[in-house]
Write a protein that binds this ligand. Structure first.
Ligand SMILES: Nc1nc2c(c(=O)[nH]1)N[C@H]1C(S)=C(S)[C@@H](COP(=O)(O)O)O[C@H]1N2
Ligand SMILES: [Mo]
Length: 330
């Protein structure tokens, strides 16, 4: 059977792309002038295995991270600086969340005091040349942060518009250089029933919360690993210290508080698909014409402010992002 387009591992970055990305990382290492100052560069940085061939794996050890105090506000990406709707009020977005580890209703903020998103590590494993656990401040600090205004659509048929700060997942993928056998990315949230009451109460649910993307989805321009909202560090209820945002998919794909990123050859199981397979699939794109088994997806309740909580809008195919992603599914 021929492979679907979105199952083909996306290793089609040109040498030019790889070179530009390497320049970004090299700039971070303070090596932008390497050609001119070769005499002053420490020997290990001139190792041909890491620097001469721009298409080769860079290796993480020579990069100097930017400290958290300099992360916000990040520059806005021009391509995602406006939307067809107003932004949701920050205070409203912070008190209407889905984060089932803490609450099965929207009042997550009431139950999240004991959750500590720092210190935090992210393990990057599976089909990569160098599986490794990274300190979150290092991982974020070596990436170029940017702000993007995105539409945000929950499968429950409510929606918001949120200014996220983060970095494209494909920058991380360029950095860790997964093997060509990698076809999927599996992402895993935390497991700590002592601070997350629902992990204790509903111990039969498939914790930790897990999600996955194909490599083509993970390297799509839209796919963002998010660290902040509204121009500052993200409050815990949005998924600190690192969460995924895939704006053309239902919100449940965007798992919060990531602890592991694993590159796999097989499609990973996901939390919602395991819990309710006939209600939640793996791809989970926003498709207005495909009803949820229990409700229509044709319209959505757009949440801007508390005083205007029920503006009804037509749901857009791919949540308005068809030009970026429709080709993946043709
Ligand atoms: N770990 C984890 N991630 C999660 C969830 C969750 O329950 N646990 N809920 C998802 C759902 S259903 C949605 S709609 C979004 C909500 O993100 P927000 O609260 O920042 O708007 O987070 C997603 N990520
Ligand atoms: Mo959701």
């Amino acid at each position: 059977m021929p492979r679907k387009k979105w199952e083909i591992p996306e290793r089609q970055a040109t040498d030019e792309d790889v070179y530009l990305n390497r320049r970004k990382f090299i700039r971070r290492a303070g090596l932008g002038t390497i050609g001119l100052l070769a005499g002053c560069i420490p020997e290990k940085l001139l190792n041909p295995a890491t620097l001469v061939d721009p298409t080769k794996y860079l290796g993480p050890t020579i990069i100097e991270p930017i400290p958290p105090s300099e992360w916000y506000p990040a520059p806005t990406n021009d391509e995602f600086s406006t939307l067809d709707r107003p932004l949701t009020d920050e205070a409203v977005a912070a008190k209407y969340n889905n984060f089932y580890e803490f609450s099965t209703s929207k009042d997550v903020w009431r139950y999240i005091d004991n959750f500590e998103p720092a210190p935090w590590t992210v393990e990057i494993s599976g089909l990569v040349p160098e599986p490794k656990t990274y300190d979150i401040d290092y991982l974020i600090g070596i990436m170029d942060l940017e702000e993007r205004l995105y539409r945000h659509r929950c499968v429950e048929a409510w929606s918001m518009a949120i200014p996220w700060t983060g970095f494209p997942m494909r920058d991380l993928i360029d950095f860790v250089q997964p093997l060509s056998s990698a076809r999927y990315v599996r992402m895993i949230s935390f497991f700590n029933p002592e601070v997350a009451p629902v992990q204790w109460d509903r111990s039969d649910w498939p914790w930790p919360y897990t999600e996955g993307l194909t490599m083509a989805e993970a390297t799509n321009e839209l796919t963002l690993l998010v660290t902040g909202v509204y121009g500052h560090e993200m409050p815990k209820q949005h998924g600190a210290p690192l969460r995924l945002v895939t704006p053309w998919k239902y919100g449940y794909k965007g798992l919060k508080s990531i602890t592991k990123i694993e590159f796999t050859s097989e499609q990973p199981a996901t939390f919602w698909n395991t819990l309710a397979p006939h209600e939640y699939g793996f791809i989970s794109n926003v498709e207005p014409q495909v009803p949820h088994p229990r409700w229509s997806q044709a319209r959505e309740r757009f949440i801007t402010t508390d005083s205007n909580p029920t503006e009804l809008r037509d749901t857009l195919p791919y949540n308005g992002y068809a030009e970026y992603v429709a080709h993946l599914y043709e």
